[in-house]
Design a protein around this ligand. Structure first.
Ligand SMILES: Nc1ncnc2c1ncn2[C@@H]1O[C@H](COP(=O)(O)OP(=O)(O)O)[C@@H](O)[C@H]1O
Ligand SMILES: [Mg+2]
Length: 477
């Protein structure tokens, strides 16, 4: 963070100062007292098990200049009404004090974290860049990420997620982006939103928040031309619109500024393609798995291009970029020749379809098994959505024509996947519902053979990453 005296922090947050007004915060802002840095600010928040206020003294003993708190603590403090609001105000003050920092926001239903990680790895080639770790983008993670900016920062690459109308608009007030990327409008949290049109309304708040086109600080909206709800957002922004699209040789889509042509997947589902921009074309081979990472890569490329990265550097950077955040399409090969895809970070209808497509591709020549937990927060359409995904899984076939050999639905809410799969009478595979991850592992234990591929995917709440970990350990036994 930029150095700020406590008097200024109290003023910006509307807080009451119980400390030396001239004491200066020079370190990072932390909500975990174990992560307090010397000269930093500790923000006391209630946690799942403990209350940050109980660690106020420990934080100051560890070097914090003061504590941001909502009730009196026995150490130097700024007392505020609400810590997230105070952090948001402080974050806004810091970005306003650093006008040279170029801020980009990325939103969409699926692929935000993956795209943010790709974009950060490109933008870092241009200069010092701050981006959140993983999906650290909630009411605390977002301002805390923004607060890591200092005078040396040139770029801020942010992931903006929403569970309702107004959320993205709020995040855009905390750190107003000049560049806004919208990936897709899908069913993630659609239940809470009340339908796809509402999701589109919410995600589009990003492009509405962008500055108008033109001038030295004109806004740029980077839109997925392959998603009609995203492309339609062009009419909701005063910013300049830049589009990206994956070319479908069978059905040429709208002409986009940044495109991918000749997409191919290698045996492990890693895409190669020709990146086409107005400056020319360059070959890209991603180290990430799954065709769904092609639009993510294009979005990152379009952003980096706007920030001034050359075509060659973009193509190089995309080909060198690694998965920075865990449990998203992690492909592991066991010593016994079984492949495990750990995609257990989260799940919604679009991302499960993308993962099943990747599974079918990887399983060519062997057999594919999908261990799927439930997709959370789909509201009234939950049952029908699970059935539709089950049916999709039973119908999917890899490029060699091989399909899925088994679908294992874990937990009660995921059980309708099985009913969906059984609708496909011609499907020769097995579908069954099991109560928990242990039962799924039992089912697979005496079935898996060399060449088989197992996908593990569910919403965060199902915590299926343990199943993937067990599957990988089994090979070592
Ligand atoms: N463009 C995309 N379209 C569909 N599914 C995707 C896309 N990008 C990623 N996914 C899937 O969504 C999962 C979550 O990806 P992530 O990048 O964490 O998205 P988010 O941050 O939006 O939740 C991935 O594991 C992958 O299965
Ligand atoms: Mg995320």
């Amino acid at each position: 963070m930029i150095p700020l005296p406590l008097a200024r922090i109290a003023q910006v947050t509307g807080g009451q100062l119980h400390a030396d007004p001239d004491a200066v915060v020079r370190g990072e802002v932390a909500i975990d007292s174990r992560r307090v840095s010397p000269g930093g600010l500790f923000a006391a928040v209630p946690g799942e098990r403990s209350d940050g206020h109980d660690f106020a003294a420990a934080a100051v003993a560890a070097g914090a200049t003061a504590v941001l708190a909502t009730r009196p603590v026995p150490v130097p403090s700024v007392l505020v009404a609400d810590v997230p609001d105070a952090l948001a105000a402080l974050a806004r003050f810091v970005v306003d004090a650093l006008p040279a920092v170029r801020i980009a926001g990325i939103t969409g239903s699926s692929g935000k974290t993956s795209t943010k990680d790709l974009a950060a790895q490109l933008v870092e080639r241009l200069g010092p860049t701050i981006a959140p770790a993983g999906s650290y983008n909630n009411e605390f993670g977002h301002p805390l990420t923004v607060l890591r900016t200092d005078a040396s920062t040139r770029y801020l690459v942010l992931e903006l997620s929403a569970r309702g109308i107004g959320h993205v608009a709020h995040l855009c007030r905390v750190a107003p982006p000049r560049y806004g990327v919208v990936l897709n409008v899908g069913h993630a949290h659609a239940g809470e939103f009340g339908g796809l049109d509402q999701v589109a309304r919410a995600k589009g708040e990003l492009v509405e928040a962008l500055p108008a086109a033109g001038g030295a600080a004109g806004g740029v909206a980077i839109l997925n031309a392959d998603d009609p709800r995203v492309l339609a957002m062009a009419s909701r922004t005063a910013a300049r619109v830049v589009t990206f699209s994956v070319e479908d040789p069978g059905a040429p889509g709208p002409a986009a500024d940044v495109r991918a042509a000749d997409v191919r997947l290698d045996g492990l589902g890693r895409p190669s393609f020709t990146l086409l921009t107005p400056e020319g074309s360059a070959p890209v081979t991603l180290r990430l798995h799954g065709a769904h990472n092609v639009p993510n890569a294009l979005a990152a490329a379009a952003l980096a291009r706007e920030l001034g990265l050359s075509l060659d550097a973009i193509a190089d950077g995309l080909s060198a970029a690694v998965a920075r955040s865990r449990w998203r399409m992690e492909v592991h090969q066991r010593a016994d020749g079984v492949t495990v895809i750990n995609d257990a970070y989260n799940a919604n209808p679009e991302s499960v379809r993308a993962a099943i497509d990747a599974l079918a591709h990887l399983a060519q020549g062997g057999r594919g098994f999908a261990v799927l937990g439930h997709m959370a927060e789909l509201g009234d359409s939950s049952r029908a959505s699970h059935e539709a995904i089950g049916e999709f899984a039973a119908r999917v076939s890899g490029s060699s024509g091989s399909g899925l050999a088994g679908l294992i639905a874990v937990g009660e809410e995921a059980a309708p996947l099985v009913a969906g799969a059984r609708r496909v009478r011609s499907w020769p595979g097995e579908a069954l519902a099991v109560p928990d991850g242990a039962a799924a592992l039992d089912f697979l234990a005496n079935r898996l053979k060399p060449g088989d591929v197992v996908l593990v995917k569910a919403s965060r709440a199902a915590r299926l990453e343990g199943v993937a970990a067990e599957l990988l350990e089994e090979a070592d036994r």
